[in-house]
Design a protein around this ligand. Sequence first.
Ligand code: SF4
Ligand code: SF4
Length: 688
Amino acid sequence: MSEAKLWEFQGGIHPPERKELSNRTPIQRVPLPARLILPLGQHIGTPAEPIVTVGERVLKGQPIATASGRVSAPLHAPTSGTVSFIGMQPYPHVSGLLAPAIVIDSDGLDEWTALEPCADHRSLEPAILLERIRQAGISGLGGAGFPTAVKLTARPQRKIHTLIVNGAECEPYITADDRLMRERAAELIIGIDILVQLIEPEQVLIGIEDNKPEAVAAVRAALGERSFGLRVLPTKYPSGGERQLIEILTGRQVPSGGLPADIGMLCQNVGTCVAIHDTVLLGRPLISRIVTLTGEALARPMNVEALLGTPVGELLAFAGLDEARMDRLIMGGPMMGFTLSSLDVPLIKTANCLLAPTRSELPPPPPALPCIRCGACADVCPASLLPQQLHFFALGREHEQLRAYNLFDCIECGACAYVCPSSLPLVQYYRVAKAEIRELEQKRHKAGHSRLRFELRQERLRKSEEQKEAERRARVEKAARARAVQAESSSVPHQETSLASRPTGLSEHQKKLKIEASMTQVALKKAEKQLAVHPTAELEAQVAELRAAAEAARKALEATTPAAPSAGNDTALKKAKIELAMRRTELKKAEKASVDDSELAHLREALADAKRALHAAEEASDRPAPQLVRIDKRPVDEKLRALKTELAFARADLRKLERDETIDPPVLESARTRLAEAERRLAGYQSE
Ligand code: SF4
Ligand code: SF4
């Protein structure tokens, strides 16, 4: 298996390995710390959100913070105890700034919450496996810290044909993966089995540098009959970089700005594979990790399995730290690590090494000198970049140029700075430039988002205004229509006109009678009320008298008031008139169309019926019968009509000829004669 073809990536360096300091002793367990600090952001992506409160008792393995976005990961209590604080705490970052965290005071019992182990992962559906990995809060333990469940589904539409297991551990001093592979090779292989079950790759390649022969032997032994390819790589820094390892094992290059999944590959660190085993088979979330404690300032460099949140000072004390000898404290290795400003910061998921070197062991770099453009940095860059150009662009904050020169392909391996004769802190320039660009991008994104929200709001307001305007116009039109209908109806008196608005049409005599009737009625009611209170004979006689007077007044009024016209009769009359007009029109049309006699007779009969119906309606109505005015039409005088027609034609022809300037005078004269003759003949006939 180890004889399979390997490729070589460009660049790379061979710094002193110094792995022997820490790889000789088995992984140790550190004493349970009294207090654990769990930063909410221990992974790439959105920090987790606390789901516990101060004072709450928690059990080991109990979730204490939940993932708060697609790229996020939950947190679990590494031991049992009480949540004593939630807020800003020391955080392992080059800035030395505080970060939000949950603090747990251990109760010393280390009492587990109920776990859900599984004897055989093959009995679980892939979706359940993935969910377990997600809920366990596993993120890449090689140092990148990308949430593993997210990485496994980063390109759901792309088939992963090659699973690469990264056991290269190329950075000097660090031996956590080496010891893990030696001591937990069986769990590592089962973790890989679970990944195979999840993504069903065509091949699995395990890459381990040749400076770890014991780890290679242990993994080979644990493989058994599996067809996974174990590849032993020549030691060269940074062969453990994801892109570099893919190139070494497959000869393929991940495209600039892309992911391994873009070329059908997925890379997982050996520590992550073991964490997957622990989660699926033992039901344990990620609450601890293997970390290398090394450097000549430690009396007993070693690897320990430590609970997340353990203050690094306690870990180093366990390894026999001599603070007086320690020049500085580095989290990570000497190439990619960063200096910590405090021993109080906690161990987090991405911390694979704590390096406490003496001054002579890792002397501080000499003062930086100007770049001499020697090109040594470009020769060793494993990402095929131009580090000196990036350095100049970073100095000038030329962000577009930095992008054009693929700054974001830089894996911050530090190889360029390692060989730079001018001791330029190149990686620091790149980190600052990347942070600036990301910040600007975030601001731009935020501004774009705000602008989009503003535009959407404007659009909403515009639509709302349009809607209001349309409604207002509709109301105005409706009111105008209503006014028009009212005006039309008020011009035609009809039965629905209100009594109040209708003219009374009463004569003076009728008005007088009406007033008398109502006054008598009022007097009667008044007397009746008095009689009800004081029933005397005198009042009784007065009421009787008034009652008779009121009755007489009512009758007198009724006798002079005309009965109200009947609405029903009026409607019938109107209908009869319309019916008659329709029958008459039908008959006229039929006569013009020369229909046969039987049809004409039928229509004439219908017309006669309509006339009879109209007469009946007129009689039933209270309206006076229409006054029929007979107009005697004189018979048409055909001769007179012909003379008039001739006169009109003669006059029109003459006018037409007079407008024509080219007309012959004799023709014009003839037309005048014709007109004179027509006038004479008409006058002669009319005078007869
Ligand atoms: S190695 Fe240093 S001095 Fe040489 S080109 Fe690169 S940055 Fe400049
Ligand atoms: S730090 Fe970046 S630029 Fe420098 S060698 Fe590594 S990848 Fe290349």
